[in-house]
Write a protein that binds this ligand. Structure first.
Ligand code: SP5
Ligand code: ZN
Length: 345
């Protein structure tokens, strides 16, 4: 299995995030991707290749043009408004209920429209890094189109919380959704399976009214976990997409004994869709040692996860999402890939 990677992610290096009413050390940092790269290289799964550049067209298949323009010019506009030293763009006001949710003239009147939380700082290096991650996912998707059984897009920053026109949750461009759309555009019947601890609200929203791309997510119940406002079991898709979104929210403290039946149900739904391509949003924050999450999967459980995913029988694109236990992150990511490769033989 090839891994696609570029060190361009390192331009997005937040020092702190604003969460729980205070500035705390950022957890979505370059060391994450570097740890996974080192382990994938050491375990020898296959070549590690750089992304090619696909331009804005495949990104605009998923994201709104105004949103892409906003993100790509945000640092410049932020400095124009707040002064040349201002290098962390973060919203101070949102269009809550009763207010008009429209982007106005100033960057302060736009950022609350385009962002949904305070924990996702935009730095001068953020847009190039986000763009590079989308290209990593697109290059890996192209490997599937060329006939590869599987590929690993080692993306950072992650993507699954970003919808067509809203960023947040450490995510800017939805790498997995962009890849899923590119595969669909090349004639693949496509499903997305999201195993990140947090519900993939962006991915769900992007495909919610469509039946061509199935979205399935296992995650911490939003009744107690971030992103709090989406990811409930009764969200089943709308219009033509009715029945083509499956949420499997799980309780606090879920370990493999509770996770495995839900993963089996998820794979059964994916298999029933008969996809040619399966895009896996590979969040690794379900790990017991994760610093911000509350599930209890062990390192060995990730071999099992990879093997179960292979059972879907589709060409599979793994796209990295969250996971913050940096000391073990490489090992658990590689365990998923190894479990998949052994079962897919
Ligand atoms: C891609 C991804 O995994 N994004 C997750 C974003 C979560 N951001 C807020 C998490 C709040 C967790 N609060 C726990 C505090 C522990 N000190
Ligand atoms: Zn997550």
């Amino acid at each position: 299995m090839k891994t696609f990677y570029t060190d361009a992610h390192a331009g997005h290096a937040p020092e702190q995030e604003f969460e729980g009413g205070r500035w705390t050390p950022a957890v979505e940092i370059p060391a994450r991707a570097e740890a996974v790269l080192a382990e994938v290289r050491a375990r020898g799964f296959g070549s590690i290749e750089p992304p090619r550049h696909f331009g804005h067209v495949p990104i605009l298949r998923v994201h709104d043009a105004g949103f892409v323009n906003f993100l790509s010019t945000l640092t410049d506009e932020w400095r124009r408004y707040h002064g040349p030293e201002a290098d962390v763009a973060l919203a101070s006001a949102w269009p809550g209920r009763g207010l008009r949710d429209v982007p106005t003239r100033t960057v302060e009147g736009q950022i609350g429209h385009y962002c949904f939380d305070t924990a996702t700082p935009v730095l001068p290096g953020t847009w190039p890094a986000a763009l590079a991650a989308a290209n990593v996912a697109l290059t890996a998707a192209d490997a599937l189109a060329r006939g590869e059984r599987a590929a690993f897009a080692l993306t950072r920053p992650p993507g699954h919380h970003a919808s067509g026109d809203v960023y947040g949750g450490y995510c800017f461009l939805n790498n997995a959704a962009i890849a899923a759309q590119a595969l669909t555009d090349r004639g693949f019947r496509t499903a997305v399976l999201d195993v990140d601890y947090h519900h993939g609200n962006g991915t769900q929203t992007i495909f919610y009214k469509r039946s061509d791309v199935l979205t399935v997510s296992l995650h911490a119940d939003p009744d107690y976990a971030y992103p709090h406002y989406l990811g409930f079991a009764d969200e089943r898709g709308a219009g033509a997409g009715e029945g083509f979104n499956l949420n499997l929210p799980l309780p606090l403290g879920t370990a493999w004994d509770g996770y495995a039946p839900a993963l089996d149900a998820a794979i059964a739904r994916v298999a029933a869709h008969r996809p040619d391509a399966l895009v896996v949003s590979l969040g690794l924050d379900t790990y017991a040692g994760d610093p911000i999450s509350k599930f209890k999967l062990t390192a060995d459980d990730y071999f099992r996860m990879g093997a179960v995913i292979a059972g879907a029988g589709a060409q599979t694109l793994f796209v990295m999402e969250g996971g913050y236990a940096i000391g073990d992150l490489g090992r658990i990511a590689a365990n998923v890939l190894e479990g998949f490769l052994q079962a897919a033989r």
